[in-house]
Design a protein around this ligand. Structure first.
Ligand code: ATP
Length: 361
């Protein structure tokens, strides 16, 4: 059973603490994605799990066995890096066989394993090539193949697709999802890509400054972020935020007087809130609509980005002078500079207290 259990994991580099005590239980066969801003410690945590970095404090267990003192090769893990880390002088075959050879397996034994994995990854016709004779996507498949042949119980991926162009990323993303289904292995995956996180993860872990902010399914995190940070981090473009003060609390929701004389109602559980409290209202770009007459916020159009299947309109909120974004149907036209009234339903609004904590919806 390849459960991965992190108990109060801390990591210090000299005087600087990078991980401040991470507690996380990863289930056998689960696909967990780590996200968070640059420098928050995602790669460091992956490297402490792999054994490439030692653990300053806390305990790591894989399959219920303490791993802190074990070297990487004894942990039953394989890691796939952003840089592929292939040996340039070795052929694809040799690269893929490297770990098995190192473990003492004979050529007779590892050849059929490498051939079978190469076939699954559609690399079988490239086995004699050197890495420099491959495309980026093919190189990354070799790196993944090299991990698979070792039959690890846990795969660690550190931004494996970020050097690939957009269409290859999509192909490889689907490939990784398929591999996860077929291999049933536990996978831990670091990415900056929201789509990869949302589509691949059973659960997403959001980190901030060496600490864990929230863990949940992609849907939970997207719809029920626990605070402003998580709400703003997931979603592209990000959630719109407007600050204000609670003006009344009733059965139909919490009324907020926003900066610049705009009044909106947000349907949340108001436990702990009182009139006069400073709050932030949040609305996702897909929940603002030109034709809705509730909770209208007026913006001046700044940029219209056409994405093909939809467009994103960026505006300046006329009253509060803050930027906003709204997702619109692809064919809708808006002139730059035009005043655009945008409404949202009270049930679609989010509300955060002065500490950034979300009210339950
Ligand atoms: P990114 O998304 O940019 O890859 P990350 O979340 O993976 O960032 P890490 O690479 O884990 O972040 O780095 C976390 C912090 O630890 C950073 O402040 C980084 O400078 C620091 N750090 C990482 N490795 C070392 C090291 N070997 N020595 C000292 N500090 C380090």
């Amino acid at each position: 059973m390849a459960t991965v259990s992190l108990k109060n994991i801390k990591k210090r580099f000299g005087d600087v603490t990078t991980l401040h005590g991470i507690d996380l239980e990863i289930n056998d066969g689960e696909f967990v994605v780590f996200v968070g801003p640059s420098g928050c410690g995602k790669t460091t945590l992956l490297r402490t799990i792999s054994g490439l970095e030692d653990i300053s404090e806390g305990e790591l267990q894989i399959g219920g066995v303490r791993m802190n003192e074990l070297p990487p090769v004894k942990r039953g893990i394989a890691m796939v890096f952003q840089s592929y880390a292939l040996y340039p002088h070795m052929s694809v075959f040799e690269n893929m066989a490297f770990g098995l050879r190192l473990a003492g397996m004979s050529k007779k034994d590892y050849t059929p394993i490498v051939q079978q994995v190469a076939k699954v990854l559609q690399l079988d016709h490239l086995l004699e090539r050197k890495p420099k004779e491959l495309s980026g996507g093919q190189r990354q498949r070799v790196a993944i193949g090299r991990a698979i042949v070792q039959k690890p119980e846990v795969f660690l991926f550190d931004e494996p697709l970020s050097n690939l162009d957009a269409s290859l990323r999509v192909q490889m993303r689907i490939e990784i999802a398929r591999l996860h289904r077929e291999l049933g292995a536990t996978m831990i995956y670091v990415t900056h890509d929201q789509v990869e996180a949302m589509t691949l993860a059973d659960r997403i872990v959001v980190f901030r400054a060496g600490q864990l902010e929230q863990v949940g399914t992609p849907t939970e995190l997207y719809h029920e972020p626990i605070n402003l940070f998580v709400a703003g981090f997931l979603g592209s473009p990000g959630m719109n935020f407007l600050s204000g003060t609670i003006s009344s609390i009733g059965a139909d929701g919490v009324q907020v007087a926003l900066t610049g004389n705009q009044n909106v109602t947000v349907l949340v559980d108001a436990a702990g809130a009182k009139v006069g409290d400073a709050v932030t209202v949040g609305v996702r770009p897909e929940h603002l609509h030109v034709d809705l007459t509730s909770n209208v916020l007026t913006g001046n159009a700044v940029v219209l980005e056409r994405l093909g299947d939809s467009s994103v309109l960026y505006l300046d909120n006329a009253a509060a002078k803050v930027p906003m974004s709204v997702r619109m149907p692809a064919l809708r036209h808006v002139d730059i500079g035009q005043r655009v009234p945008l409404g949202f339903k009270p049930a679609h609004g989010y509300l955060f207290n002065a500490d950034g904590k979300a009210f339950r919806r």
